[in-house]
Structures are given as structure tokens and as C-alpha cells.
Design a binder for this molecule. Structure first.
Ligand code: NAP
Length: 254
């Protein structure tokens, strides 16, 4: 059956930023397809709640606090995943931060460093660590959650946009270099999605109305609407897909 290609039974899937929003939705979707989950974010309690939800439906889930801007914590986390499951087959680099909202000319060096550490250096180190394990196991799938902000200027969110554009290029580079070891690397670029991250954009009427002008379907997405792209990219249904960026944006980039 062709639908079997979407199954992920027994695969080990790491999701960063898995405690809420898009990461949580993707984690639950992966578990429903049979994957064994390992979730990371900074707050253990929030992660434990998601892990409990997954276990209640018969899934397996390791939940461990890990700040993805801190290389030592990434190493401890990946070591724990391997100790627990013996493998990493799928990595979803989803965690991100956007600490500064304002003109880029006024942004502080601290905001620059924090945003680059979490949004770019973290996924870079996670990818290296996971890919080294995948190489030993014969392959894997890496999914980077970028943004439509990767493709255009991001007024008031400039540094964030720089990191998301960097992530797209990093996706393509890893995809080329890891193609022959059977590791596929792709990106998902969501548009405006209803999460804590975007709450100010959705709840501030002037910003939201301005955003809707650019979205052909005239609404924002729910986190569950981003999941399908992740399940596809994680699975054998995407066996010939690498280096791609899938926009899930209600037509915003058209
Ligand atoms: P969200 O609901 O705020 O979730 C962010 C997740 O990242 C949380 O689990 C958070 O948990 C975790 N996180 C934040 N900083 C972290 C750090 N330093 N280390 C580890 N985990 C960290 O946001 P979201 O909207 O789902 O965002 C998920 C991804 O989608 C991000 O890459 C974002 O750029 C992208 N995206 C979102 C939108 C949108 O409109 N929402 C649009 C395009 C792209 P803790 O607080 O516990 O650390």
C-alpha cells in the first residue's frame, strides 16, 4: 500500500521546541505515525505535559530540557537520546527565538547574538550531531523549520529574518553534502501561524490586517496545518526530496 510509505514505525524522531505550538503539533503527528519521540525545549514541565499526552496514546517519548543555543546542552541531549533509543532517524530543528521587535538599525549586539545562537548555531550543531549518528545507521531525514521570512525583508524582525534565510541556505548545503550518505535535509517555511510566538502579530489589529492583505487565503494557519509537510518530509514518501523548502503559507509567497 502506498500509504505505508508515510508510516514511521520505530523511527526515532527528535523535535526541538516540542513543548508547544508548531513543534508540539509535529511531535504528536510523528508519534501518531509510529515514531518514538525525543523532545527538547528549555522548560522541563511543559515538555513533560506533551510527553504525557503522547504516552497516553501508546507512544514513546523522552522529554529533556535543552537550550539549543548552548552547545554543551545539545551534546548532553543527543547523548541521552542515543542512550535511550540507540539511534536518531529524524531531526526536526524547530525551536527559535525572536527577542527583539524593532528597526534593525537599533538592534543590540546582544539580540543579534541570542537570535543567531538559538536559530542558526543550535540547528547547525544539532544537525552535525544527529547526522553523525544517522551516517552510522544508514540514513535519516532532517527537517528545518524556517519561515516565509527567509525570502523577503522582515521590517521590525530583521535579525530573525536573517537567521531564517541562513537556515534555508544551511538546509541546501547539508542536503548536497549528505545526499550520498542517504540523509535528506529539507526545510518547511510556514506563514503566519497561531502560536505564542506570533500572538502579538495576530492580536494587534493593525499588524494582523496588514498581514492578511498579503495572504491570499485571508487567514492565519493553525499549528496542525504545518504538520502534513513535516510528516511527508520525514517519511519514505519523500525519498527523492532533498534540499527543498516547502512553503506552508496560504499562498503568501505567490
Ligand atoms: P512557539 O509556540 O513560541 O514555540 C517555540 C518553541 O521553541 C517552544 O517549545 C519553546 O519552548 C522553544 N524554545 C524557544 N527558545 C528555545 C531555546 N533557546 N532552546 C530550546 N527550545 C526553545 O513558536 P512556534 O510559532 O511554534 O515556532 C516554531 C517554529 O516555527 C520557529 O522556528 C518559528 O521561527 C517558526 N515559524 C513560526 C511562525 C508563526 O507564525 N508562528 C511563522 C513562521 C515560522 P521553551 O520556551 O520551553 O524553551
Amino acid at each position: 500500500m502506498y500509504a505505508d510509505k508515510f508510516r514511521l514505525d520505530g523511527k526515532v524522531a527528535v523535535v526541538t521546541g516540542g513543548s508547544r505550538g508548531i513543534g508540539k503539533a509535529i511531535a504528536i503527528g510523528l508519534a501518531e505515525q509510529g515514531a518514538r519521540l525525543a523532545l527538547a525545549s528549555r522548560k522541563q514541565e511543559a515538555l513533560d505535559g506533551v510527553a504525557e499526552e503522547i504516552r497516553k496514546t501508546g507512544g514513546e517519548c523522552l522529554a529533556m530540557a535543552c537550550h539549543v543555543g548552548k552547545p554543551d546542552q545539545i551534546k548532553i541531549f543527543i547523548d541521552k537520546v542515543v542512550e535511550t533509543y540507540g539511534s536518531v532517524d529524524i531531526l526536526v530543528n524547530n525551536a527559535a527565538t525572536n527577542p527583539y521587535f524593532g528597526p534593525i538599525i537599533d538592534a543590540s549586539e546582544e539580540a543579534w547574538n541570542k537570535t543567531l545562537d538559538v536559530n542558526l548555531k543550535g540547528p547547525f550543531l544539532m544537525t552535525q550531531a544527529a547526522a553523525r549518528i544517522m551516517m552510522q545507521k544508514g540514513g535519516g531525514s532532517i527537517i528545518n523549520v524556517s519561515s516565509v521570512g527567509a525570502f523577503k525583508a522582515n521590517p521590525m524582525q530583521g535579525i530573525y529574518g536573517v537567521t531564517k534565510a541562513g537556515m534555508v541556505n544551511m538546509t541546501k548545503t547539508f542536503a548536497q553534502e549528505l545526499a550520498l550518505v542517504n540523509i535528506r535535509v529539507n526545510a518547511i517555511c510556514p506563514g503566519l501561524t497561531n502560536t505564542k510566538f506570533s500572538e502579538v502579530l495576530i492580536e494587534t489589529k493593525e499588524i494582523y490586517d496588514f498581514a492578511l492583505q498579503k495572504i491570499p487565503v485571508k487567514r492565519h494557519a493553525e499549528p496542525s496545518e504545518i504538520v502534513g509537510a513535516a510528516l511527508f518530509l520525514a517519511s519514505d514518501a519523500a525519498s527523492y526530496v532533498t534540499g527543498s523548502c516547502i512553503t506552508v503559507d496560504g499562498g503568501m509567497m505567490t
